[in-house]
Write a protein that binds this ligand. Structure first.
Ligand code: F6R
Length: 241
């Protein structure tokens, strides 16, 4: 595990974007595992800026996102498809046909989960997985539990996650109760994992996840066992260490 220190959110985003950028330059047809939420937005903005300058080319890249709310489709501005298009895909030259997100409106849970895992396999796995860190230690929507779930699955979101994510919705009641998420095995099989964390609110969970025991009660703790895991975090997020 490598920890890269950043002064603030802006520097964290720039450092993370540098790592993704090197990945895309070295392997133009990389499979990028992508995340939503507030943590990676600055990283996406930096990558867009470098793309506009002509320093980056996403034409051959493929992407797979971590998760999607059950019941939300592309037309919903709270869906993760919408998020990815408006914050990243619509501003770079990635081929939309090569961008993949679990289908929140597929009511057939078994079929959707099997389809997504087969898709990741058919792409040859993930070269670099970008992650944020949930306030309860979740990665993707792998919530604290008694066990790790390996593949893509439908998850009942915990109260802590609903509380944390209600800021993106008009009211708490609008936050979907379920989501599709990649599993722990999908994430752990990525060649490289890159996590961005910012803010004092995450300081406690950063310490627990990366300096405490590996336990499904803190899903991110499994990343301590990954062969190539890099945490880019700002001073406030690292303040409990
Ligand atoms: C998003 C995701 C989540 C977030 C996490 C942190 O696709 O899978 O695990 O990364 O909830 O969210 P923010 O960055 O908003 O604090």
């Amino acid at each position: 595990m490598k920890i890269i220190f950043a002064k603030d959110y802006r520097q964290m985003s720039r450092k993370a974007a540098n790592i993704i950028s090197a990945q895309v330059i070295l392997k133009p047809d990389s499979v990028l595992g992508l995340a939503t939420g507030s943590s990676p937005i600055g990283t996406y903005q930096q990558l867009i800026e470098w793309y506009r300058k002509g320093d980056l080319d996403f034409a051959q890249c493929r992407s797979v996102n971590l998760d999607e709310y059950v019941g939300l489709g592309a037309s919903s501005d709270q869906s993760y498809v919408y998020f990815m298009r408006s914050n990243f895909f619509d501003h770079i030259n990635i081929n939309p046909a090569n961008t993949h997100i679990p289908c929140g409106v597929n009511p057939n849970e078994k079929e959707e989960c099997a389809r997504y895992d087969a898709l990741i396999r058919s792409l040859g796995g993930i070269d670099l997985q970008l992650l944020g860190l949930g306030p309860n230690g979740h990665i993707g929507f792998n919530e604290p539990d008694d066990f790790f779930t390996k593949g893509t699955h439908r998850v009942h979101l915990t109260e802590a996650t609903i509380q944390a994510n209600k800021r993106f919705f008009e009211c708490e009641e609008d936050v979907p109760a379920y989501a599709y998420t990649m599993g722990i095995c999908d994430i752990m099989q990525a060649e490289r994992v890159l996590m961005v964390v910012s803010g004092a609110g995450k300081a406690g969970i950063v310490k627990e996840a990366f300096f405490g025991p590996v336990t499904p009660r803190v899903p991110a703790s499994i990343l301590q066992l990954h062969k190539d895991f890099t945490l880019v975090a700002d001073e406030a997020a690292l303040s409990a260490l």
